[in-house]
Design a binder for this molecule. Structure first.
Ligand code: RAM
Length: 521
């Protein structure tokens, strides 16, 4: 089993700042709804080991399909959507003399139709698999499913009927929901076809994750994670520009904290609003970054002044997780950075510290907090010195992390983004990274994003684009409509959770090409 996020403070005390929570509630706008019908009936099979649609029939020209015991049909709704499903079901044949026993499978990608949930033994809940077993006592009926699903394909299997009657799926429809509509973002037209496809899937990913909060993934975990929020907000500025949603999420994080003011890695809005009991060094610090980016976009000085104390508190609290000026190492998951198994996170966490200190320094000045600004200045110069003295190895030409002195892609990318060296030296480092390809790579689009952003940061546009084309383009080649939580081109079944059945295939942190393509190309 790989690295896991587990709560270590079950009795944690929480603090609520009512005024912030009230402001967040006032910013909870109504979602946009769109009625979507299935376009075709498909069959899914395997070609060269990959799950793909192997045949397709236009649904409008189909005679109604009768489902006997063990028969199934699979509807394709034409694109990835998030929403609520209604099925109109009927019976045919003799009177219905037994319950219709059905299994419904909702799939973001074709592979989920072929998955067998009875084989799931991962370390997070099986409840995330979008599958329902239902008994329908009386047909005909209109079945309104209470859950919200994220999917493109819906399979209906008659687990059992009886020898005397069959089930008929007469109609299916979906009310798709999102805070934004795709028409609100201008697609990129002056780019090669493959990049336009990457852009389109990025926009769709972001749209489907924009609900009452910026969710990490509408299939799983369906909640607000701050590391995802940081990237979503940046992509949103370049595309949909829904400022209210970002503002709402910032108020939620600032308003729902641990009792000492520590901002959580994620929070829940139902059944009550509360911060989760998972805390991550990098994720708490990213509150600073999100506020900084929001100010760059809006020049809203009032919110900077209002939320600055919450942001500064993250610096004070981060110091408790540091020893001799560098992040402590006893908990290997103290910072997130990436899901990559075996990754030593210390160097990258230190770089995130520097990255956020720089932004905090600007925010402190804007908020007129000179004392904090001075404190941050001192911390920053110490941190920069430590980055070189403690982590840099001149001989090998890489930053080394932890007691094992590990060379990873994430450590280098984050140290570059933190501007520990000047542009030229950082550029050499990134080129060395690409040439030497250290074994400790990355396993999520989240970490891949930071490698690409680091390349763009040092002016290596073509190299960044090459990586975007192979990585995000790799998902497109496998049929992605939206981008995935985890993707390893060498291993299509890779998962941080012990099984790809619970992976999310529309995951917020992978939407960043929409931002990078607009900002740099
Ligand atoms: C996963 C979620 C989320 C991420 C955290 C660290 O559970 O997918 O996106 O931010 O991990």
């Amino acid at each position: 089993m790989g690295d896991m996020l587990v709560s270590i403070i079950p009795d944690m005390k929480r603090r609520t700042v009512d005024s912030f929570v009230e402001k967040a509630k006032a910013l909870d706008n109504k979602l946009q709804e769109k009625l979507v019908k299935p376009l075709s009936l498909v069959t899914v099979g395997r070609e060269d080991g990959n799950a793909v649609v192997t045949s397709r029939e236009d649904i409008s020209r189909m005679p109604l399909k009768l489902l006997r015991k063990e028969d199934s049909l699979c509807m394709d709704f034409g694109d990835h959507h998030v929403g609520y499903v209604t099925l109109k079901l009927n019976s045919a044949g003799s009177p219905q003399d037994a319950p219709a026993y059905l299994r419904l499978k909702f799939a973001e990608i074709p592979g989920e139709i072929l998955d067998d949930s009875s084989t799931y033994h991962g370390w997070i809940s099986k409840g995330w698999i979008q599958e329902e077993f239902l008994h329908i006592d009386v047909l005909p009926c209109e079945l309104k499913l209470p859950r919200r699903y994220a999917f493109r394909y819906l399979e209906v299997l008659a687990v059992d009927t009886s020898a005397k009657f069959q089930v008929v799926v007469e109609d299916a429809s979906l009310t798709a929901v999102s805070a934004v509509s795709l028409d609100e973002a201008e697609p990129l037209k002056n780019l090669p076809e493959d990049l336009q496809r990457i852009d389109r899937a990025s926009l769709k990913t972001l749209q489907d994750c924009m609900q009452h909060v910026f969710e990490d993934g509408p299939k799983r975990d369906r909640r607000l994670w701050i590391g995802d929020l940081r990237l979503q907000a940046k992509a949103n500025y370049a595309t949909f520009r829904n400022m209210d949603l970002v503002k709402r999420c910032m108020y939620l994080f600032a308003g729902l904290t641990r009792d000492d003011g520590k901002i959580g890695a994620c929070l829940f809005t139902e059944p009550v609003m509360q911060v989760d009991d998972t805390f991550l060094f990098d994720y708490s610090l990213f509150f600073i970054s999100i506020l900084y980016d929001y100010y760059q976009e809006t020049k809203d000085i009032d919110i900077v002044k209002e939320l600055w104390p919450a942001a500064y508190r993250q610096i004070e609290l981060a110091l408790l997780d540091m020893e001799d000026g560098v992040p402590k190492t006893e908990n290997p998951m103290m910072a997130f950075i990436d899901w990559k198994d075996g990754l030593d996170r210390q160097a990258a966490a230190h770089a995130v510290w520097i990255y956020c200190l720089r932004q905090a320094q600007s925010l402190g000045a804007l908020a007129g907090d000179n004392q904090a600004e001075d404190h941050i200045k001192t911390l920053l110069s110490d941190a920069l010195k430590k980055a070189v003295d403690h982590f840099w190895d001149e001989e090998q030409g890489f930053f080394l992390s932890g007691e094992s002195r590990q060379i990873s892609w994430s450590s280098q990318a984050w140290m570059v983004l933190a501007d520990v060296f000047d542009k030229d030296k950082s550029r050499e480092l990134m080129l060395r990274l690409l040439a030497e390809k250290p074994e400790m790579g990355v396993s999520t689009p989240y970490a891949y994003h930071h490698v690409i952003e680091a390349l763009l940061h040092v002016g290596e546009k073509e190299k960044a684009l090459d990586l975007m084309r192979t990585y995000w383009g790799g998902m497109i080649q496998l049929g992605a409509d939206t981008f995935w939580e985890a993707f390893d081109p060498e291993d299509p079944n890779a998962s941080p959770y012990g099984s790809s059945q619970v992976n999310s295939f529309c995951h917020a942190w992978s939407c960043t090409p929409a931002w990078l393509l607009r900002e740099y190309f």
